[in-house]
Unconditional design. Structure first.
Lengths: 1002, 432
C-alpha cells in the first residue's frame, strides 16, 4: 500500500514537471514554451549595467531578449513591472545544498588506531582524499533548503559534499522546484574542492593540520607521477584528481591563517585557489591581498556578548570583542583593497540572517554595486558558469529577481524570484491595503469602522465615540474577508461576517449572536482621519534625536591590531638606531663581560660594541646599573603553532613541517619577549621516532607567519626516543603501532634511512620518478642538509642513535631533553652532538628517574655545546632564571651559564654566525635587563629583535591601559546594542592550549 | 611466575637506586649557629645573629653578642639563616614517578572521600623527598587528589623512618576541590569551546548536603556509623581546617557564600581571581594559598606579569597569603623550586622578608602550626636552614645545614650522588 501511494505521488510530481526529453510521459504531453515579457522595468543586466524602462523577454527558461526596444511577441504573457527592478538572481558558490550529510568520524582517545584506508575499491590510500566524489552524482534537490535560498534572492548554487581534504567536484545547480534533478544541474563539474579537515575519514593520518598539508602536497606529487605514464597501479582517486585540475579550484582553509597556508600550497603547484574566507580578513588585509586569490566571503557577523555581569564579561577576550565590532566592516574593507570576492551564506547558522547582515555590511561601507557583484558576476565567474548565470543576456538562464525598488535600499521588497523561467512569488506586487475609514451596515445598523495599522497588519476597530472603541478581529482570504465582533454591551455573543470585495468596498453574509443570517456591507469612506498631528511630529523629532544619539554612540570602529590580540600594535614598529650607554655588556665573545660599556644598533644589526661610543641621531638609553645581553634563544619551543604539534599517527612523519603551521596570533610571543626571548625553534612533538620538520622563528610580534621565519636558516627535524615513541603511556589501545620497544625504535631508523638511500638510487633510475616527501626529508638528513634535534632521555637510546648516525655517515646535531646525557657525555663529545636539556625536571615518568639538575654542567664541562630549553610556554619567559641553575647545580661559570640560553642554542641551530652574541655585524637581537640577567630579581626592560623594539616595559604599562580602555569601550557598546534589542550570546572562557612535546595528539 | 618477575624487577629497581639518606637521630646536644644573618620569617632580620636550640626547640634568637650558655657552635659567618620552608598542598611522598601508575597513591576513586587520609600512603623513603629537602623544604602538607572531596591531608616533616614518625600534624585539613563552573568540551587534542558546567549547581548542592548532614550526624545519635561523615567532624569543632581549591571569581564568591553557613576555618587554594575580590576576602578573613608565581595569566588580555605580581597585590589589599607550587603534575618534585617562586615575587613588589614569610610563617599560620614553627622564635621547633647566600635567588641559594626539630639533616640526595659518580668517571673536579 505504502509503495503504491509513493508511486502515485511520484506520478503526480512527474505530471507537474516539465517533461524531459528522455523520460516517458504517462498521459498527455504538457509542453509549454513559457514565454514571459516583463515590461517597463529597471533592469540590471549585470551588476554595473542598468536599463531603465526596459523589457525582459524570456522563453523556455532562458533569456530571449533584454532591452528598451524589445517587441513583445503575441504569445508572451506580459507582466507590467512599472517602477520595479529586475536583477540577475544571486549565486551561492559555497554550499552543500542537495548533498548527503557526511558521517562524523568519532576519533575518541579510547578507540583503536586505524592506520590504513578501509574504503573498498581501487581508491587511494587515504580516506580523506576523495576527488572521486562528484557532487553531480550525489545531488538531489531539497525543497526546504531551496525555498530558503530563493527567499534570500538566490537562483542557483555551486554545491559540493563538504567532506575530506580533497572533496571532489562541485556541481552548479538551479534552485527550481518542479523540474526533475536532471534539469536542475546547470554544470556537472563546476569546481574541485579542498579543505584542511579530514571529515569523515576514520583513518588516523593525518591528525594534525601540518599532516593534512603534507598529505595534500604528497597527493599532488603522486598525481603528477600517476599522470606521467606509470604502469604500476590503477588508482581511481589519483585519476580523478588529475581530471579535476582544469576546473576552478576552491579551497576552504577554515580560518584566517589557513588562507595563507592554502595559498602557499597552491603556489607550489601552480594552482590559484579560490579561497573561502572566514570573515576575519580585515585583520591581515595586506597579506590577504598578496595571495591574489579571489575569496568566498561569509557574513556571519557575531552577536554581541552579553556583558551585563562584569565577572561573566571577563570571559570575553579582547579579540572577540573587537571582532564583534569590526566584522561588519570586512566586506567593505576587502572591496576597498580591490580584492575580488563572492559572498556566501555559509557559516551562517541561521541563513535567514543573510539579508540583515548584508544590510549591515552595506551600512558599514560596502557599495551596492560591489554587493551585487559579489552575489552575481563574481560567483558566476569564479565557478565558470558565466555562459549561464550572473547576468541577464540572450541565451542565459532566466534566473532573476524582481524587487519593489533598488535592491539594497532599506524597505525594498523582493517580489519574485524566477528560476529557469519558473516564477516564485515571494511577495505579491499589489498587496491589499485595507487601511481606511469605513461604514459597516449590518442588520439595519450603521457602525463607523476604522482600519488602522499598516497594510501588512491592519487593525479593525468600531468607533463608538471618541473614547470608546470596540476591537474587531478579522481574517483575510485571497478573495474574502471575515470579521467578528461584539456589536454592543447587550449582545449575547459575537457577530460573524464573511464576504467578498467590490472595489474598495466589501459585502457578504453573516450570522448574528443569535445565529440568524444577515447581509452586510462595508463601504470605504476615505483615509483614517489623522489625529493629534502635533504628537506625531513630536514623536518623529524624538526618533530623529534618538537616531542621532545612536549615531554618536556608534563611534569607532577600533583599530586593527597586529597580531589581532591584546598588546598588538597598530603602527608598525621600525628598526631603530639605539645607543645603550654605560651598561654591563655580556658579549658572549672573547671580550667577556664589559663594564660601563656602550653598544650601538643600527639598521637591524649591531654596529658597535665598546666604550665611550657616540652616534648622532641615535636614541640614547642610559643603562647605568643595568645589563645588556644578546637575546635568549629557545632551542625547544611549542608556542605559536596551530592545530596540533604531533603527527604521531605513523612511526615516521618526516614529511610534515611546523613551518606550515606557524601561528603568529599567539599572545605567548609577546609574553616571551617580555622574558628576553628573541628566537625559538618551534618543534614537532615527540609522539613518533621520526617526527616532523621544525620552524626557526624570530619573535617578530605582529608579523605574518612567513615573516616570522628566519630566512636562510638550515632545515631541522625532530626525532624522538623512549616512552613517548613506544607509546608507553598512551593507554591500552595503543599497543599496535611499531615500535613498542627501544629495540624497535632502532629498527625504525635503520629501515627508514635504508629506504631513503634506496629511494635516492631508484629515483635516479626509475622513470617516471615519484617524489616522496618523507623520503626527501630523510635524504636531506643523509646529505647533511637537514639536521636532527632528538628528544631523548636514557643513555642506551642516546648511544643507539649516535651509532645509527655513524652508520649512515652523519652527525646527530642535538639531543634535546637528554636528561641522561651526563652518563654518555664522553660518547656525545666524541660524536659531536650538542645537548639541550631541561635544567631540573625529573620524576614525571620512568625514563627520567635518573635525571639530575647537574646534567647541563656536566655536559658543558665535557666540552659539549649545552643549552637549557623550555618545552613550556611559561618557562620560556624565565629562561634567564633557568640558566642560573647551571651555576647552582655543578658550579658553571656565570658566562658559561648565560651561554646556555643564548649563544649555545644559536650554535645548535646553526645561527651563531648572526645571533647569540653581541658583536658588530650580528643581528640586533638585544635585551636590556634591570640587573644581572640571571638574578631572580631581574626583569627584561626592553627586547629588540632585528633592531626593532618589540617589548618595552614602560610601553607595556601604556598598552595595559589601552587594553583596558578598549575593553571598556566595547563593553559599553555591547551593552548599548543589547539595550537596543540586538541579540546577544553568552560569554565563555577562552581556550588555551599550551603544547608540550608530550602532547600526543593522535 | 608473574610474581617472580615482579620481585626480580623490584630488586633490579632497588639495585639501581643508591643508598638513601638515613633519618637523623634526635638532637642530643645543644647547638648554636653563630654569625650569620638571621631571617626570622616574621619580617625581622638580625645581622650578625645567633640562634641556639636544644632538645629540638629554639632557645635563643638574637645577636651573636647576646648568646650565652654551652653550645656546640657552628660558624655561620657570611651565611643566611632561615626557618625551614613549608610546602602546602603537595603530593610529595604519594607519587614517586608521575607516569607510572604503580607508584601513584594520590588519586582515589569516587567524588566524596573526606575519610581518605594521605598520611596512610606517605612514603618516607621516597627518593624525591631528599632532593626537595636539600633546597630547604622541611615540612609539607601532603594532600590526596581526585573527586570533589579528595580526602584528608596531613602535615609531615621530611626526615622520618615511617609515616607515624613523619606526622607533624596528623589529619590537619579536609580538601575540597570546588566543582568547576566551566568545563571544556571536545577532547583535549581537538578541543571544543568551554561551556558552563551543567551540573555545577547540582554538585554544589551535593557538597552542601554532605556538610549539612555531617553536622547533624555529629550532634545526634545515628543508627549506623558513616566514615565519611565521621571524617568531617573536625571541621565543626575547628580541629580541622577546610582547604578549598577554587579558581575563578564567581566560584570564589560561591565558596564564601557557602561558608557563611558553616563558618569553617577555611583557606582558599589557587584562587586565580582572588585579586579581583580582595575586599570580600579581607571582610571574611579568608587566606589564600597562591599556586605558583611561575605561571601564565589565565586570560589573554591580562597583564603579562599578573601571576608574578599576585603576592604583592594580595599584600597591598591586606589579604593573608602563602605560596606553594600547586597541585599539578609537577607538584611533588618541583617543590624544590619553592624559594625561587617566592624570589620572583620580590622583583614584582614584595620585600625579600615578605617573600620569605609567604613560604614559612604564612603557610604555618594557614596550617594552624604557627605556634610550633614557621618562624625562628624562642620556644618554637628548631626547623632551620642555612644557605651560603640569598635563598630566594637561584645563583646563591645553596644549603649548608638543615635542622628539623633540632636534628641535623643529611642534605645529600641521589642526584648529587650521580653527579659525583660521573664527574669522577670523567676525571673532572666536583663543584658543590
Amino acid at each position: 500500500m505504502k509503495k503504491s501511494l509513493l508511486f502515485i505521488v511520484a506520478c503526480l510530481f512527474m505530471l507537474e514537471a516539465v517533461a524531459q526529453e528522455t523520460f516517458p510521459v504517462n498521459g498527455v504531453y504538457d509542453e509549454r514554451e513559457k514565454v514571459f515579457a516583463l515590461t517597463n522595468a529597471n533592469i540590471f543586466t549585470s551588476h554595473n549595467q542598468k536599463l531603465e524602462n526596459a523589457t525582459l523577454l524570456i522563453k523556455e527558461g532562458k533569456v530571449e531578449a533584454v532591452g528598451k526596444s524589445v517587441s513583445v511577441p503575441d504569445n508572451a504573457v506580459e507582466i507590467d513591472l512599472q517602477g520595479k527592478y529586475i536583477y540577475p538572481s544571486f549565486i551561492e558558490i559555497f554550499t552543500d545544498y542537495g548533498m548527503p550529510t557526511p558521517e562524523k568520524a568519532e576519533k575518541n582517545w579510547d578507540r583503536k588506531p586505524q592506520y590504513i584506508s578501509k574504503k573498498p575499491g581501487a581508491y587511494g590510500w587515504n580516506e580523506a582524499i576523495r576527488p572521486e566524489v562528484g557532487a553531480h552524482s550525489k545531488f538531489t534537490h531539497n525543497k526546504d533548503q531551496a525555498d530558503g535560498f530563493r527567499k534570500l534572492g538566490f537562483g542557483a548554487v555551486v554545491s559540493h559534499v563538504q567532506d575530506g581534504l580533497s572533496r571532489g567536484s562541485a556541481a552548479c545547480v538551479a534552485l527550481n522546484e518542479n523540474l526533475p534533478d536532471n534539469e536542475s544541474i546547470i554544470k556537472d563539474v563546476a569546481a574541485a574542492c579542498y579543505s584542511f579537515d579530514t571529515g569523515s575519514s576514520k583513518q588516523d593520518y593525518p591528525s594534525s593540520l601540518m599532516g593534512a598539508i603534507a598529505l595534500l602536497r604528497q597527493t599532488y606529487y603522486d598525481a603528477q607521477w600517476y599522470a606521467s605514464g606509470q604502469k604500476e597501479e590503477y588508482n581511481i582517486s589519483l585519476d580523478k584528481w588529475n581530471r579535476l585540475q582544469d576546473v576552478p579550484q576552491i579551497f576552504d582553509p577554515g580560518d584566517l591563517l589557513g588562507i595563507f597556508r592554502a595559498d602557499k600550497i597552491g603556489d607550489e603547484f601552480d594552482v590559484q585557489y579560490i579561497l573561502k574566507g572566514c570573515g576575519e580578513e580585515y585583520q591581515k588585509l595586506d597579506a590577504v591581498k598578496k595571495t591574489n586569490a579571489p575569496l568566498i566571503l561569509p557574513i556571519n557577523f557575531p552577536d554581541a556578548y552579553d556583558v551585563e555581569d562584569p565577572f561573566d564579561a571577563l570571559n570575553v577576550s579582547l579579540q572577540q570583542m573587537k571582532h564583534w565590532e569590526l566584522a561588519p566592516y570586512n566586506p567593505a574593507r576587502l572591496a576597498e583593497a580591490d580584492i575580488v570576492f563572492a559572498l556566501t551564506t555559509d557559516q551562517l547558522k541561521d541563513k535567514s540572517k543573510f539579508g540583515g547582515n548584508l544590510a549591515k555590511a552595506i551600512k558599514n561601507g560596502l557599495s551596492h554595486e560591489d554587493a551585487l557583484k559579489a552575489l552575481t558576476t563574481t560567483p558566476a565567474e569564479l565557478s565558470g558558469v558565466t555562459e549561464h548565470l550572473g547576468s541577464l543576456m540572450k541565451g542565459k538562464l532566466a534566473n532573476f529577481i524582481v524587487t519593489s525598488d533598488s535592491l539594497f535600499k532599506e524597505g525594498t521588497v523582493m517580489h519574485d524570484n524566477w528560476v529557469k523561467g519558473e516564477r516564485f512569488v515571494l511577495k505579491p506586487f499589489t498587496e491589499r491595503d485595507l487601511t481606511g475609514a469605513y461604514e459597516l451596515k449590518v442588520d439595519g445598523k450603521n457602525y463607523a469602522v476604522e482600519v488602522g495599522g499598516k497594510a501588512a497588519k491592519p487593525k479593525f476597530e468600531i468607533v463608538v465615540n471618541d473614547s470608546t472603541r470596540v476591537p474587531v478581529s478579522h481574517s483575510e482570504g485571497k478573495g474574502s474577508l471575515g470579521l467578528s465582533f461584539k456589536p454592543d454591551e447587550e449582545a449575547k455573543g459575537m457577530y460573524r461576517l464573511s464576504g467578498w470585495a467590490d472595489g474598495k468596498n466589501w459585502q457578504g453574509r453573516g450570522q448574528k449572536d443569535d445565529g440568524s443570517w444577515v447581509d452586510w456591507s462595508l463601504t470605504h469612506k476615505g483615509e483614517v482621519p489623522k489625529k493629534e498631528k502635533k504628537d506625531e511630529k513630536a514623536e518623529e523629532d524624538k526618533d530623529a534625536k534618538e537616531e542621532k544619539k545612536e549615531e554618536k554612540a556608534e563611534e569607532g570602529p577600533g583599530k586593527v591590531l597586529h597580531p589581532f590580540l591584546p598588546f598588538g600594535w597598530s603602527e608598525k614598529p621600525e628598526a631603530e638606531t639605539v645607543i645603550f650607554k654605560n651598561a654591563t655588556i655580556w658579549t658572549n665573545e672573547d671580550e667577556g663581560i664589559l663594564e660601563e660599556a656602550d653598544l650601538v644598533i643600527r639598521d637591524g644589526k649591531i654596529s658597535q660594541v665598546g666604550s665611550g661610543l657616540s652616534v648622532s641621531g641615535a636614541r640614547e638609553i642610559d643603562c647605568t646599573g643595568k645589563h645588556v645581553t644578546s637575546g635568549i634563544i629557545d632551542e625547544h619551543s611549542h608556542i605559536a603553532i596551530s592545530k596540533g604539534v604531533n603527527e604521531g599517527t605513523q612511526a615516521s612523519s618526516a614529511e610534515v613541517s611546523i613551518a606550515d603551521v606557524v601561528n603568529s596570533e599567539d599572545v605567548n610571543i609577546y609574553r616571551q619577549l617580555s622574558g628576553g626571548v628573541v628566537a625559538s625553534q618551534l618543534l614537532h612533538g615527540s609522539a613518533n621516532p621520526i617526527g616532523g620538520q621544525s620552524a626557526l622563528v624570530k619573535l617578530r610580534w605582529g608579523s605574518t607567519p612567513e615573516e616570522m621565519k628566519i630566512k636562510g636558516a638550515d632545515g631541522f627535524i625532530k626525532f624522538a626516543l623512549g616512552e613517548n615513541v613506544k607509546q608507553s603511556n598512551w593507554g591500552d589501545n595503543n599497543v599496535s603501532r611499531f615500535p613498542q620497544t627501544r629495540m624497535g625504535v632502532e629498527q625504525v631508523y635503520m629501515d627508514h634511512f635504508t629506504r631513503a638511500q634506496e629511494y635516492a638510487s631508484a629515483r635516479n633510475a626509475r622513470i617516471p620518478a615519484r617524489k616522496d616527501l618523507e623520503m626527501e626529508a630523510l635524504l636531506e638528513i643523509l646529505n647533511k642538509k637537514r639536521f636532527i634535534t632528538c628528544h631523548s632521555y636514557v643513555q642506551s637510546e642516546i648511544n643507539m642513535l649516535m651509532k645509527v648516525a655513524d652508520h649512515f655517515g652523519f652527525t646527530l646535531n642535538t639531543f634535546t631533553h637528554i636528561l641522561e646525557g651526563y652518563k654518555v657525555a664522553d660518547k656525545m663529545k666524541e660524536h659531536g652532538a650538542a645537548g639541550s636539556t631541561f635544567s631540573d625536571w625529573w620524576a614525571y615518568k620512568y625514563e627520567v628517574i635518573d635525571a639530575i639538575p647537574h646534567n647541563g654542567t656536566i655536559l658543558n664541562e665535557m666540552g659539549i655545546v649545552t643549552a637549557f630549553n623550555s618545552d613550556d610556554a611559561e618557562m620560556a619567559r624565565r629562561l634567564n632564571q633557568e640558566a642560573a641553575k647551571a651555576i647552582k647545580y655543578g658550579g658553571a661559570s656565570e658566562e658559561d651559564a648565560w651561554k646556555f640560553v643564548t649563544l649555545n642554542p644559536a650554535k645548535m641551530l646553526h645561527l651563531d654566525k648572526r645571533m647569540g652574541s653581541l658583536k658588530a655585524g650580528k643581528d640586533a637581537d638585544v635585551v636590556l635587563w634591570s640587573e644581572h640577567p640571571m638574578s631572580q630579581y631581574a626583569k627584561a626592560e626592553m627586547t629588540f629583535v632585528d633592531g626593532i623594539c618589540y617589548f618595552d616595559r614602560e610601553q607595556d604599562k601604556e598598552l595595559r591601559k589601552e587594553v583596558e580602555a578598549e575593553r571598556n569601550r566595547l563593553i559599553q557598546k555591547m551593552l548599548a546594542a543589547k539595550k537596543g534589542g540586538a541579540p546577544t550570546q553568552k560569554p565563555h572562557p577562552e581556550h588555551h592550549h599550551h603544547y608540550h612535546c608530550d602532547d600526543l595528539d593522535p | 611466575m608473574k610474581k617472580l618477575i615482579f620481585s626480580i624487577a623490584a630488586i633490579l629497581v632497588c639495585m639501581q637506586i643508591f643508598a638513601q639518606q638515613t633519618p637523623a637521630p634526635p638532637q642530643d646536644k645543644a647547638i648554636a649557629l653563630v654569625g650569620g644573618t638571621i631571617h626570622q620569617g616574621n619580617g625581622k632580620v638580625i645581622e650578625n645573629g645567633a640562634i641556639a636550640f636544644d632538645a629540638g626547640k629554639i632557645v635563643y634568637v638574637g645577636t651573636a653578642d647576646g648568646l650565652t650558655g654551652e653550645f656546640e657552635t657552628i660558624d655561620a659567618k657570611g651565611k643566611e639563616i632561615y626557618p625551614g620552608l613549608i610546602a602546602i598542598n603537595t603530593t610529595m611522598g604519594l607519587v614517586e614517578i608521575g607516569a607510572v601508575r604503580a607508584t601513584a597513591d594520590h588519586y582515589e576513586v569516587g567524588q566524596l572521600n573526606p575519610n581518605v587520609r594521605s598520611i596512610i600512603a606517605f612514603n618516607t623513603d621516597s627518593r624525591v623527598i631528599p632532593t626537595v629537602r636539600s633546597n630547604g623544604v622541611l615540612l609539607a602538607q601532603v594532600v590526596p587528589h581526585g573527586g570533589t572531596m579528595p580526602g584528608t591531608s596531613s602535615i609531615v616533616q621530611l626526615d622520618a623512618w615511617n609515616w607515624e614518625d613523619a606526622a607533624y600534624q596528623m589529619d590537619d585539613a579536609i580538601y575540597l576541590d570546588w566543582p568547576p563552573m566551566y568545563k571544556r568540551t571536545g577532547t583535549w587534542w581537538n578541543p571544543g569551546p568551554i561551556e558552563m558546567h551543567k551540573e555545577y549547581d547540582k554538585r554544589l548542592m551535593e557538597v552542601d548536603a554532605l556538610l549539612a548532614e555531617a553536622k547533624g550526624y555529629g550532634k545526634g545519635k545515628s543508627r549506623t556509623t558513616n566514615l565519611k561523615l565521621e571524617a568531617l567532624q573536625g571541621l565543626y569543632d575547628k580541629s580541622k581546617k577546610l582547604f578549598v581549591y577554587v579558581s575563578n571569581a564567581k566560584e570564589i564568591m560561591d565558596v564564601i557564600e557557602l561558608n557563611k553557613k558553616y563558618e569553617f576555618d577555611m583557606v582558599l587554594v589557587g584562587a586565580h581571581d582572588a585579586w579581583m575580590l580582595t575586599d570580600l576576602l579581607v571582610e571574611h578573613k579568608v587566606p589564600v594559598v597562591i599556586e605558583k608565581t611561575h605561571t601564565l595569566p589565565s586570560r589573554s588580555y591580562e597583564d603579562i606579569d599578573l601571576p608574578y605580581r599576585m603576592p604583592a597585590i594580595l599584600r597591598d589589599a591586606g589579604v593573608d597569603f602563602a605560596l606553594t607550587l600547586g597541585d599539578g603534575w609537577d607538584s611533588f618534585w618541583d617543590q624544590r623550586n619553592l624559594p625561587f617562586h617566592a624570589g620572583t615575587s620580590v622583583a614584582y613588589g614584595l620585600t625579600k622578608e615578605e617573600a620569605l614569610e609567604s613560604i614559612t610563617l604564612a603557610p604555618a599560620r594557614m596550617l594552624g602550626i604557627d605556634d610550633r614553627t614557621g618562624s625562628l622564635e624562642k620556644g618554637k621547633d628548631a626547623n632551620i636552614i642555612v644557605s651560603e647566600g640569598d635563598l630566594l635567588d637561584v645563583r646563591s641559594s645553596k644549603l649548608t645545614h638543615a635542622f628539623i626539630q633540632g636534628r641535623s639533616i643529611d642534605l645529600n640526595n641521589k642526584q648529587k650522588d650521580l653527579y659525583r659518580k660521573f664527574m669522577k668517571k670523567y676525571g673532572k673536579e666536583i663543584k658543590e
